[in-house]
Design a protein around this ligand. Structure first.
Ligand SMILES: *[C@@H]1O[C@H](CO)[C@@H](O)[C@H](O)[C@H]1NC(C)=O
Ligand SMILES: *[C@@H]1O[C@H](CO)[C@@H](O)[C@H](O)[C@H]1NC(C)=O
Length: 408
C-alpha cells in the first residue's frame, strides 16, 4: 500500500528530527544560567547598596560610561580600571551589570555573580538616584590625549562634587593598547592584590575543577600535579586576526607591559608587518608547540597541561586542532626530539573537561581564567583579553614572575 511505504521512508527522517531537537534542547538547557540565583544576587546588590548609602552619608560617587557587550574579559578589564580610579580618588564606584553577549545585547548579569571584589563597598547603578539627586550630580566629558588621560581623570574626580557622571567613554581600545597604560600598572598591581576577588560561585567551581582534574592550585599545595596552562584562542579569531593585521594593531592591554617583552615568543612582534601580527595572533600549531617546548625544557617536572580553548558546537574545528595538539604533546618521540628531559605530557586536560554543573555555563570563561592564573607556567595570546587578564592576575594579584609566562 502507498501510505505505509511512505511511512517507512518518513520514519528515519522523523527519528533524525527527534534526535536533533533533543540535541538542541540539551545545548539550550545546559547553557541556561540559574536565573533564580541571578535574581537573588540582584536583590542582594540593591539591599547592600542601600545600606551603604544610608551608613555613609558623606560619600562621593562616580558613574562611568562603560563598554557594553564586548566579551566578558574586555568588560572585566575596564570595570577593574574604573573601580581602581574610583578608589584612588576616594569615590564610591557605581557598578553596572555585565552584558552577556551570547544571550543578546540586553541580557544582563549582576556583577556580583562574577566580581565580588568590585561590588564590595560599591553601589549598584539600580539605586544610583537614591544616592545622587540631579542637583548633586555633575555630568562631565573628559576624553583627552591618552598620555594625560589618567592623571586628568583623577584631577576631575578629586573635585568636591558629591556625584560625577562621566558621559564619554574614556578607556577606549586606543587607550588600552597604548603605552599610557604602563604608567597605571604600578598602582594597578597593588589594586589587584588588595581588591581583586571572584564571586563565591567562581571560586567554588575553580576549586572543584582543580580537584577533579587533579591540577595543583598553588606551589605550597601538594594535591594534584603542577601544570602548564595554554590558551588556544581560535573560534572566531582567525578573521579577527586578519583585520588586526590589516589595521597594524599591537598587543592588547597588559601584554604591552615592558616587563613582559622578554616573554614574547620570538620573533618579536612588529606591528608594521601584517605577517608578523598574524603569526602572533593566530599562531600555527608548530609555533604553539615550540613555545611550550621552550618552557618545558627547563621544567622537566611539568607533565600535565591544561588547554583553554573556545571549541563549541558552533566552532567544532577547534576540537580537531586541540586533539592534534594533544597527540603531539603526548608523543614520546617528539618530546625527546624537543629536548624534554621529563618525557612527554602524561595528561592533557582542557576547557571541555571542566566539571560544570547545570546552570554554571556562564562561569566557564572565568574558571578558565582562574585555572590559567594558578598554573605554574602560562602560554597565552597577547591579542586576547582573556590572556592579558590572566597575565595581570598572575603578575599583579599574585606577584608571579614574567619568566613563567610566554606570549605567543
Ligand atoms: C595554597 O593551597 C593551600 C592548600 O589548599 C591553601 O591552604 C593556601 O591558602 C593556598 N595558598 C595560596 C597563596 O593560595
Ligand atoms: C614580516 O614578518 C614575517 C614573520 O615574522 C617575516 O618572515 C618577514 O621577514 C617580515 N617582513 C619584514 C619586511 O620584516
Amino acid at each position: 500500500m502507498y501510505l505505509p511505504s511512505r511511512w517507512r521512508l518518513l520514519r528515519p527522517l522523523l527519528a533524525l528530527v527527534i534526535i536533533f531537537s533533543f540535541f538542541i534542547s540539551y545545548i539550550f538547557l545546559k547553557s541556561r544560567p540559574s536565573y533564580a540565583l541571578y535574581n537573588t544576587l540582584a536583590d542582594d546588590e540593591i539591599e547592600a547598596s542601600r545600606k551603604l548609602i544610608r551608613n555613609t552619608r558623606n560619600s562621593r560617587y562616580v558613574l562611568f560610561r562603560q563598554l557594553q557587550g564586548a566579551g566578558f574579559n574586555n568588560q572585566a578589564q575596564e570595570i577593574l580600571l574604573f573601580h581602581h580610579l574610583a578608589l584612588l580618588t576616594s569615590r564610591v564606584y557605581v557598578y553596572q551589570p555585565i552584558v552577556w553577549r551570547p544571550r543578546g545585547p540586553n541580557a544582563l548579569v549582576p556583577l556580583s555573580a562574577f566580581m565580588q571584589g568590585v561590588t564590595k563597598n560599591s553601589v549598584s547603578v539600580a539605586v544610583f538616584n537614591e544616592a545622587c539627586s540631579p542637583e548633586d550630580t555633575k555630568h562631565v566629558k573628559i576624553r583627552v590625549n591618552n598620555k594625560v588621560l589618567w592623571e586628568y581623570t583623577k584631577e576631575v574626580l578629586n573635585g568636591h562634587e558629591k556625584c560625577i557622571v562621566v558621559d564619554d567613554w574614556i578607556l577606549n581600545w586606543n587607550f588600552l593598547a597604548s603605552s599610557a597604560l604602563h604608567d597605571i600598572w604600578h598602582t594597578f598591581q597593588n589594586y589587584l592584590a588588595k581588591h581583586f576577588q571572584w564571586s563565591k560561585e567562581i571560586r567554588s567551581i575553580a576549586s572543584r575543577a582543580h580537584s577533579v582534574l587533579e591540577l595543583r592550585s598553588n606551589s605550597t599545595n601538594t594535591d594534584g600535579e603542577p601544570y602548564v596552562a595554554l590558551h588556544l584562542r581560535r573560534g572566531d579569531f582567525e578573521g579577527h586576526c586578519h583585520s588586526l593585521a590589516e589595521g597594524h594593531a599591537g598587543f592588547t592591554t597588559w601584554a604591552t607591559l615592558p616587563a613582559l617583552q622578554p616573554s614574547v615568543f620570538p620573533p618579536a612582534l612588529d606591528p608594521r608587518n601584517g605577517t608578523s601580527i598574524f603569526e602572533h595572533c593566530y599562531p600555527t600549531l608548530d609555533r604553539i608547540l615550540a613555545a611550550i617546548d621552550s618552557q618545558v625544557r627547563s621544567k622537566p617536572h611539568l607533565r600535565t597541561i591544561h588547554v583553554l580553548h573556545d571549541g563549541a558546537w558552533d566552532h567544532p574545528l577547534v576540537y580537531a586542532q586541540h586533539y592534534k595538539l594533544e597527540a603531539a604533546l603526548a608523543n614520546a618521540a617528539r618530546a625527546k626530539r624537543a629536548g624534554w628531559e621529563g618525557g612527554p605530557m602524561r595528561r592533557v586536560t582542557h576547557s571541555g573537561k571542566v566539571p560544570l554543573q547545570w546552570g554554571e555555563a556562564d562561569w566557564a570563561v572565568t574558571v578558565d581564567v582562574e585555572l590559567a592564573r594558578r598554573a605554574e607556567v602560562f602560554v597565552g595570546n597577547g591579542f586576547s583579553s582573556l590572556s592579558t587578564q590572566v597575565v595581570a592576575l598572575r603578575l599583579g594579584a599574585d606577584g608571579g614572575r614574567p619568566e613563567e609566562i610566554t606570549l605567543l
